[in-house]
Write a protein of this length. Sequence first.
Length: 505
Amino acid sequence: MGDIIPNARNEFAFIWRIENFSYCTHTENQMITSPQFAPSVVKKCKWFLNLRPYKKVGNNELITCAVQRHSGEESENFRTNFEIAFLAADGSLLKSTVVRDGYMNLQTKYKELVLQTLRTEVLQKEKDSYLPQDILTIRYRMWSEEGCVCEAERVYARSLVCIERALFMEKIKQFNSKILKRRHNIKIKSKATGALIMRVDASVILESYIGAKIIAEINVIYISIMNKFICKFYLLDDVGNRTQCGVTDLRCEPTQCFKNPIRVPLIYSKQQLMDKKSVFFPKDVLCFQYEFCFANGRIMKEIEGSDYNFLLTPSEVRIEDSYHASESFSDDMRYLYDNKMLCDIELKTRKKTFFAHKLVLCARSSFFRSSLTNGDVMTSSEFFEVDDLEEETLNQFLYFLYTGHLKNLQWEMACKLYYASDKYGVQQLKWKCATFFMSEIHTRNACEVLVLADKYRDSFLKTFVVDFILRHDEEIFLSDAWTDLKQSNIQLVGQTMLSKYRQAK
């Protein structure tokens, strides 16, 4: 859809970000209201946006957004141009509604100016575009050809869907027993409101044979209307450190998915845990933790600021100082990397050279630890060829090695970093990429994730995506992506179909 470029001298734009949008629990008659804004184009007149996360029209479930005028003492009747749009992360239009030379008065809403799209479009089919980092961005714009304002004006606002985390720990005794299935009833209440959010039966299932996978099973007995959640699974070592071993994201799944038990294969098999007995259960007691993340029904909203540029997000004000005060170890490492202090090795791609520290590379990457050391002694190598990674990929890769964080991770970059993490032996990065794929998976990209998991021998991610495909088999098996996969990797297709056959039995 082409963007409309009005005269920048006479334009007002209100850019509203709703964070944690996929957690929204709103029913049909509930709305999220934006902070009020007062465009200079109309003096002493306030406006706001009404967002309906759920609206039923016939057989369609929609997300709608409308503009409403709040108050005004002057210019009660006027004509101007209006636009309301959903924006992608780069500021491009995803969907918009435009009215030219429209008439607005004080008493009524501008009923024609309503933006709407299917919920499945936002939450499933085009989730990557609509909800980068789970943020929905809406822009309301008005402009006049008559020069009502002297400069383009931007106002930035955000609303935060507040989420809570509830932790439950289970101690599994006699983990060495041949078979185990324990069920615990868990009631989850909001700490903010005291309301009952959900009640579930949670189980850890150990099959009888030693190499069997460990299954976490959640059976939802009760859940409040429209509520969705993420559940993460952790193993705790003998000093309380957590290791994530599984996740299930049910924020964008249809409500009927709660009718059947939700089974999540964990990253470790029984044999793998037995091999790490001294870490996870030295006294034959395995500590297992559930973490439920859900919305508590509260929304915080604020005006972030205003400026006179055309960026999607507010401009950053940078204050340079000769003294850099770091607040954390991660900040210190980022500063060390950004400023190239005391670097002792050069990593060379085909077009660019990056400066780094051998100590960091060896500490974080098994590949570099093997390549740059001779036993316990660091080699004297001063450069290393990394011609299989693009410049931006290597930059993000090194940024993660130094800080443990990823900046604004998008799908294409996640795929490249997934390869890099496998090639250069950075398991934490590989797990973060796999977790990203699991949180962003939908029917349109499931085949791509399946190929990645198979190619890089990621059994946990592969199990996850196969389970997802089998839950959405009718849609995926009839897709062009599945047809292409049958032509390019019939063995992988056969393995998936065999899983479907075993599940049916």
